[in-house]
Design a binder for this molecule. Structure first.
Ligand code: UDX
Ligand code: UDX
Length: 470
């Protein structure tokens, strides 16, 4: 099929590349000439495994880049809208880009088209797009508007697209649903997975072929917000339990093992830490909250989810302060700037916010991140130093802070780390290490939801012995 994808960002670019991989002819549209130039010259503006391979494989063949929305619309049967839906100051989703694309489609339409919402949009957006098309005097039988929310996680977006738990399509006519069935047919009939040279399945991949869940447009819009908000809630929930563990002296690692082994709960998305970030959870929880308010339902639970998440960052800062007594002038090594491991994205990154707070306290920061340093440099003041590797970041550090769950940071050579730091203190915001491992390597180790552990201190041991003897 001929497909247009409007918006070559984190979602549009991956969706376009994967549609081409499924055998469709794709027009990737963007209104940013710089971004188009990078893409046309073979560049890949985002850090996604397998994306460079797919773009190289299909560029100029099944993928055409263009700034001309009208031409792409006229050549396509389905137009996927994947433009940004950033939060406004009031917290609801800014749909102005979606509206401008709908107007662009209306201006070019030359036959029946399916307009597909790919960006995360609040419920009712489907109806608004329909209204925009009708206002532009497009006959109702010339188009349908569908919702096809994405569940892509950054860093694994390509495999999330090709090996999804489910594909959700919301359509209000059979004609439109039929078009959408054809778009995803190579996945739902399993034929893609039988081809040679395909993208390999990720570990613990869901069963293939994936189910196609057909719903109304409103339900599909609701599924996206409800899913993201639930995942964010699950993270805030386990972070709240981690705070309880710190108060009572329990160990969150053991609690997660016990709770997560219940198949109704599951072990995933139960990793406590500095809290969630990224361009989706914070924005989607806020948007879902504001949609709820608009439709007259007071979804207070979502306020708590956001409050716990914010509090988690404050607690981490207090942990750093308690580890170092005073912060002003201290040299801190920061491992991790991206909002999560595996990506270069720093949008709403807890690591960036923590670094900004520590700079305000007068700390000197030397940071390392495998992928996000260039983007961080645009965001952070020039006083922040950037290192070439984790050990370079930790040279003469008064403490090492782990803020992003990169695999690289979970397997450091602790002997080497001990030899470069000034004080052997680690404050781990992502619980990447067993406490005993850190203690045996000579570190005082602070983490989330577990007691601090320190190398045996002879004076404290002697005091214990004296007290025991008393
Ligand atoms: C977007 C939404 O922000 C998010 O809510 C949803 O979950 C997925 O789609 P993302 O792809 O990260 O996320 O957006 P972004 O990276 O900002 O990319 C949007 C692209 O659309 C940019 O390349 C921008 O240049 C382009 N764009 C924006 C257009 O082509 N036309 C417009 O009118 C506006
Ligand atoms: C999320 C959703 O997972 C995805 O389905 C949706 O389409 C977009 O938003 P993403 O934001 O890319 O994907 O990353 P995700 O892996 O969900 O992590 C989000 C944040 O939660 C990160 O800051 C991560 O560090 C944090 N997180 C995740 C935790 O703190 N604990 C966890 O157990 C899992």
């Amino acid at each position: 099929m001929n497909i247009a994808v409007v918006g070559s960002g984190y979602v549009g670019l991956v969706a376009g590349a994967c549609f081409a991989e499924l055998g469709h002819d794709v027009y990737l549209v963007d209104n940013d000439p710089k971004k188009l130039a990078v893409l046309e010259s073979g560049g890949v503006p985002i850090h996604e495994e397998f994306l460079p391979k797919l773009l190289a494989k299909h560029r100029g063949k099944r993928i055409k880049y263009t700034g001309d929305l009208g031409a792409a619309v006229q050549a396509s049967e389905a137009i996927f809208v994947a433009v940004g839906t950033p939060p406004t100051k009031q917290g609801d989703a800014d749909l102005s880009y979606v509206e401008s694309v709908a107007q662009g489609v209306a201006g070019a339409i030359n036959g029946y088209k399916v307009v597909v919402e790919k960006s995360t949009v609040p419920v009712y957006t489907n109806e608004w797009i329909r209204k925009v098309m009708l206002l532009n005097r497009i006959a109702p039988d010339l188009f349908d508007v569908c919702s096809n929310p994405e569940f892509l996680r950054e860093g694994t977006a390509v495999t999330d697209f090709l090996y999804p738990d489910r594909i959700v399509v919301g359509a209000n006519t059979d004609k439109a649903m039929e078009v959408m069935r054809n778009v995803y047919k190579p996945l739902t009939d399993g034929s893609y997975y039988k081809q040679k040279d395909i993208i390999p399945a990720p570990k613990n991949a869901p069963p293939i072929p994936p189910p196609l869940i057909e719903t109304s447009a409103k339900s599909a819009e609701m599924i996206k917000h409800a899913s993201n908000a639930f995942l964010a809630m699950k993270i805030s929930y386990i972070n709240a339990v981690a705070c309880m563990c710190e108060e009572v002296g329990a160990n969150i690692e053991q609690v997660v093992a016990g709770v997560g082994s219940d198949i109704r709960i599951g072990p995933r998305f139960l990793a406590p830490g500095v809290g969630y970030g990224g361009s989706c959870f914070p924005k989607d929880v806020l948007a879902f909250r504001s949609v709820a308010r608009d439709c007259g339902y007071d979804f207070n639970l979502l306020d708590e989810v956001m409050k716990i998440n914010e509090e988690q960052r404050q607690r981490f800062l207090r942990k750093v302060r308690s580890a170092l007594w005073t912060l002003r002038g201290k040299r801190l090594a920061v491992l991790g700037l991206a909002f999560k491991g595996g990506t270069d994205d720093i949008r709403d990154s807890p690591a960036i916010m923590t670094v900004q707070a520590l700079l305000r306290e007068g700390c000197n920061i030397r940071a390392y991140d495998p992928a996000a340093m260039d983007r961080a440099k645009e965001e952070l003041p020039s006083s922040v130093e950037y290192a070439s590797d984790p050990y370079d970041a930790c040279k003469d550090a008064d403490a090492v802070l782990i803020l992003t769950e990169w695999a690289d940071f979970a397997n450091l050579d602790l002997k080497k780390l001990y030899s470069v730091v000034r004080y052997p203190i680690v404050v781990d915001g992502r619980n990447l290490y067993k406490r005993q491992v850190m203690k045996s390597a000579g570190f005082t180790y602070h983490s989330v939801g577990r007691e601090t552990i320190a190398p045996d201190d002879p004076s404290i041991e002697a005091e214990h012995a004296r007290n025991a003897g008393a």
